[in-house]
Design a protein around this ligand. Structure first.
Ligand code: ATP
Ligand code: MG
Length: 189
């Protein structure tokens, strides 16, 4: 997938099993990528820097500081938080560190950010609102549909109508109409 994500933020949202992690992995190929995820085994075969943790939520501020340092040293160019909703449901400090990152990442050698979530309605508006790209897989919660309808004309209804297991998603770029897209996986032999 050729997206010009340099120095930009992308939100990847959709219900369980809709294809979010596959898209994040596809995007990661064009970058020196670091990943923070509660399910590191899903990423262990990818050529990415994977962070270990003892407490996923409480370790996040420390991870953010490491990300800044690694980006300034040009060791990473993309930071992906897979299953980011886990962070936002629980802890105030976590939000602060994310906020600083969201404000400053461009000054960290144009670091790109990707937040992956099942529940767009749990992500603070200050964060999803400033994501220049939103990749929207199918959703079913009325709050999420409502939120997307308010974001762009009928976007929530369009996203809801994506058939599960089609692995299609709408890419909504700020200022542009949503485009229906799909990651093409190589055939298994
Ligand atoms: N573009 C695609 N083409 C074909 N199959 C796909 C595609 N995207 C995802 N899949 C299939 O769907 C499965 C689930 O995808 P993925 O792990 O990316 O979902 P997810 O949205 O991250 O789910 P979760 O919310 O549980 O983390 C994959 O293991 C793969 O088999
Ligand atoms: Mg996933």
């Amino acid at each position: 997938m050729q997206l010009n994500l340099k120095g930009k933020k992308i939100l990847i949202a959709g219900i369980h099993g809709s294809g979010k992690t596959i898209l994040a992995k596809d995007i990661s190929k064009g970058f020196k990528t670091a990943v923070y995820t509660p399910y590191p085994e899903e990423w262990k075969h990818e050529p990415v820097l994977l962070f270990e943790f003892t407490d996923f939520v409480n370790d996040f501020p420390l991870i953010c500081r490491k990300i800044k340092q690694l980006a300034l040293e040009k060791k990473i160019t993309l930071f992906i938080v897979d299953d980011a909703d886990i962070l936002f449901k629980t802890h105030f400090d976590v939000k602060q560190s994310v906020r600083e990152m969201v404000i400053s990442h461009r000054h960290w050698n144009n670091l790109s950010l990707a937040f992956v979530t099942r529940r767009i309605q749990d992500i603070p508006a200050k964060i999803y609102g400033v994501c220049e790209f939103k990749a929207l897989y199918t959703i079913d919660s009325p709050q999420a549909i409502d939120l997307l309808n308010k974001m762009h004309e009928e976007l929530g209804d369009k996203v809801k109508a994506i058939p599960y297991e089609s692995y299609n998603f709408y890419l909504k770029k700020i200022g542009e109409e949503p485009r229906l897209m799909k990651v093409e996986l190589p055939e298994k032999t």
